[in-house]
Design a protein around this ligand. Structure first.
Ligand SMILES: Cc1cc2nc3c(=O)[nH]c(=O)nc-3n(C[C@H](O)[C@H](O)[C@H](O)COP(=O)(O)O)c2cc1C
Length: 389
């Protein structure tokens, strides 16, 4: 039995993942923005809620499935976009897509991915969603949308929460950008760190060093190597989005459109009025600002304001199946995981990604049954008590 098979919680997978990664990589993953307080607040917010189970309910068999955009997925969660994921585990995008396909849950490919959308479309034709990070040149953004459509993608996730490139104190400290990788200047200080993490380092070297951002390779000057493509992405990524850009994307993308990264009720309403099919309440997993309120608190506020019919997705801080139930009770129609599934794939490749999904899925089913909910729509605010401040 390999170590990931013995993991019984996401925290177990996290420990395995962090053991495998050099500090200059794990500090970035765990650091988020600023002092890291945003990540902790997201996770801790779930502990403010306790269940109030109902008795004598017929809960067999529990059905964790969710109808979404004309499909029935097997669970209440999917895998969210994580950029530059191949730095944690080579081919992480492909492995996560495969695990999501086999578990019948959606997988969102990041707009800053190591895999191309064509590759992911082939691996998971019915489960791949695409997250757009547009470029300053409209032609490049349009090409990204055309490629996603041609790859069979039906759901576009438009991330709008980074008006500036994010600031990671962890990266500032080590001097290593996760996109462009170690440089000659930073290499000596990383050497011992790399030696102490031989499994990660061997995989990195075997794979030829820095993985290439294949999602941007087609737009960078021909013949660019991995760090030149990354530098091109850093320079041309159009992070500063406005409402005008949303109108433009809505007119270009005819299929389902999800706006990711809003936390204010007024913004969520405006995005839905502008034609979004759903809004993901998210603070980018604490990577945007350390001093933001938790994503879960935002979800509760937005749901209270927009009413029950608006389609709201949620991510931020989910580490247990019971967290999915709390998020549903507070108004999420569907949830996504970032780090939980990255820990899995980092710790054990495809096997680890599958284990992360299984852990969340079985804990979800168990919690639903224990509180008296047979189906996902049964989960309402009635099943949790008031927030314990
Ligand atoms: C290392 C890392 C990279 C991320 N990259 C992206 C990205 O490329 N695009 C995006 O929309 N969100 C990105 N996110 C945010 C996730 O999609 C998601 O919102 C967040 O991870 C949810 O919080 P959680 O990690 O606590 O589950 C990233 C998150 C992490 C941790």
């Amino acid at each position: 039995m390999v170590a990931v098979d013995r993991a019984v919680s996401i925290e177990d997978l996290r420990r395995l993942a962090l053991r495998r990664l050099p500090h200059f990589v794990s500090d970035y993953l765990e650091g988020g923005a600023g002092d890291g307080g945003g990540i902790r607040r997201n996770v801790d917010a779930f502990r403010k809620y306790q269940f109030v189970p109902r008795g004598l309910a017929d809960v067999t068999p529990v059905d964790t499935g969710v109808e979404l955009f004309g499909r029935k997925y097997a669970s209440l969660f999917g895998i969210s976009a994580v950029g530059i994921a191949g730095i944690y585990r080579r081919h992480a995008d492909e492995l996560l897509a495969q695990a999501a396909r086999d578990a019948n849950i959606p997988f969102i490919l990041s707009g800053a991915s190591h895999a191309t959308i064509e590759t992911i479309g082939r691996i998971a034709p019915d489960h791949a969603w695409y997250q757009l990070y547009g470029a300053h040149m409209p032609k490049v953004t349009e090409a990204m949308l055309t490629r996603a459509r041609d790859a069979g993608v039906k759901v576009l996730v438009y991330t709008v929460d980074y008006p500036l490139a994010p600031r990671s104190e962890a990266s500032a400290r080590t001097g290593v950008s996760m996109a462009t990788g170690p440089t000659l200047r930073t290499f000596p200080s990383l050497f011992l760190d790399a030696l102490r993490h031989p499994s990660w380092t061997a995989e990195y070297l075997r794979g030829g060093g820095l993985p290439k951002l294949e999602s941007w390779t087609a737009y960078a000057p021909a013949g660019s190597n991995a760090s030149q493509v990354a530098a091109y992405y850093v320079k041309h990524w159009n992070n500063a989005q406005t409402w005008r850009d949303l109108d433009k994307i809505r007119s270009l993308w005819k299929d389902k459109l999800v706006i990711k990264g809003l936390v204010h009720a007024g913004d969520a309403s405006r995005a839905l009025e502008a034609g979004a099919d759903a809004v993901t309440i998210s603070n980018h997993g604490g990577n945007k600002l350390d001093c933001m309120q938790s994503a879960l608190d935002s979800l509760a506020q937005v749901r209270a304001s927009v009413g029950r019919d608006a389609r709201l997705f949620f991510d931020g801080g989910i580490r247990r199946g019971s967290d999915l139930v709390v998020a549903k009770a507070l108004g999420a129609n569907f949830c996504f995981t970032g780090r939980a599934t990255i820990y899995g794939v980092t710790a054990g490749g495809l096997r680890g990604a599958r284990r992360a999904i299984e852990i969340l899925q079985s804990d979800l089913a168990y919690t639903m049954a224990m509180i008296g909910c047979r189906t996902v729509p049964d989960i309402t605010r009635d099943y949790i008590g008031p927030a314990q401040l």
